[in-house]
Ligand binder design. Structure first.
Ligand code: MRU
Length: 348
């Protein structure tokens, strides 16, 4: 029996605004906010109201299209072009690690090159942004279908951060196989790490999976090794923010540690990722920019200071898992293993 488990949309185009699910307020408050300016869009990405690589890309694309709609000087094509370039760089600066942001904006810019007038440009930018959102849903479903082949009914699988429906147009990447299997009546047991410091696992993954009726158990990050051993975890699956040409993968801080644990326990470590997250311009993970965020994310919990006052804090939002720890990368075009450099180049 088919169950529609993934109907909440985290980002939608609404003609004169973008409707965004405020992921900072989840899970206790489900609030949609209206973004009306490009500054609203920048702030929402920067402050994690929208997060997850594909969702950031879609929101940025809608943001550029939204700015374009507000451009009034219909005869000033050159002025429109220069300002568009500026706004593109502005949005690119909202978060550095997820390549989907720059990828989506580059797609809009390419499409814009077919325009000869401001009005044509406005229409093409919006059309491309809507296409990116539509394609992402299909891509994620396809990742889910490929990924579903890797699991058996009753398997316990560990995931980190939130690479679910709300991090994409729909279905997610790492969570997509769980949704596809649920539709087919195959039940897995999911273990979700809370994902310090901003708790995407505890707040978002658990919320999403519970709504879909998927069996999920929350653990703190430091319970991973014990849980793998005691709960007979069959595999670990995560998403990605940027994958270098050699397969090295940037994802939420803590991912690298989990990959090392997977190797130690001899269980597979899977990365689920759309091809849009693969950055062939970067040879290895050493070149991936790693975002460092506000120290209060670490020293405070829910606005309350928990660490000793004045302590030095290091707060990288992502880490890079070297390719040798990755059993397979699940993409919309299939599952790849082994020589990532060759296979990623062939697929892209
Ligand atoms: O800081 P976030 O919440 O944007 O980090 C998100 C992740 O690390 C996800 O795993 C990744 O973007 C993939 S989302 C499909």
């Amino acid at each position: 029996m088919a169950t529609d488990t993934t109907t909440i949309r985290s980002v939608e185009w609404k003609d004169d605004h973008i409707l965004l699910l405020d992921q900072q307020k989840l899970p206790h408050v489900t609030e949609f906010i209206k973004l009306r300016t490009i500054e609203d869009v920048w702030e929402s990405i920067h402050s994690l109201k929208v997060r997850g690589a594909p969702a950031i890309g879609i929101t940025a694309a809608f943001g550029l299209a939204l700015w374009a709609q507000s451009f009034k000087e219909k005869e000033n094509f050159l002025g429109f072009y220069y300002e568009l370039e500026e706004k593109k760089s502005y949005l690119e600066g909202s978060r550095p690690t997820a390549v989907n942001l720059a990828w989506a904006l580059a797609r809009l810019f390419n499409r814009f090159s077919q325009a000869a007038t401001v009005v044509e440009g406005q229409a093409l930018l919006l059309e491309e942004a809507l296409t990116i959102a539509k394609e992402d849903e299909e891509v994620c479903r396809s990742i889910g279908e490929h990924g579903a082949e890797l699991f058996q009914s009753g398997d316990s699988v560990l995931t980190h951060c939130n690479a679910g429906g709300i991090a994409t147009a729909r279905y997610g990447t790492a969570l997509a196989p769980f949704y596809i299997l649920k539709e087919k009546g195959v039940d897995l047991k999911v273990f979700a790490t809370e994902t310090r410091p901003v708790l995407q696992g505890a707040r978002l993954t658990v919320w999403e999976l519970m709504q879909a009726g998927i069996d999920v158990t929350l653990i703190t990050d430091n319970m991973a090794a014990h849980t793998i051993a005691e709960k007979k975890i069959a595999a670990i699956i995560v998403g990605a923010d940027r994958i270098a040409a050699n397969g090295d993968t940037a994802n939420k801080i803590g991912t690298r540690g989990l990959a090392i644990l997977a190797k130690a326990f001899n269980i597979p470590f899977y990365v689920a990722s759309p091809l849009s997250t693969i950055d062939l311009a970067i040879e290895t993970g050493k070149e991936i920019p790693i975002e460092e965020r506000n120290t209060e994310e670490v020293s405070h919990l829910n606005g309350i200071e928990v660490a000793a006052k004045g302590v030095k804090v290091f707060n990288p939002a992502f880490d890079v898992t070297p390719n040798e720890y990755i059993t397979a990368i699940i993409t919309e075009k299939g599952i790849i293993r082994g020589n990532y450099k060759k296979q990623l180049t062939l697929l892209k």
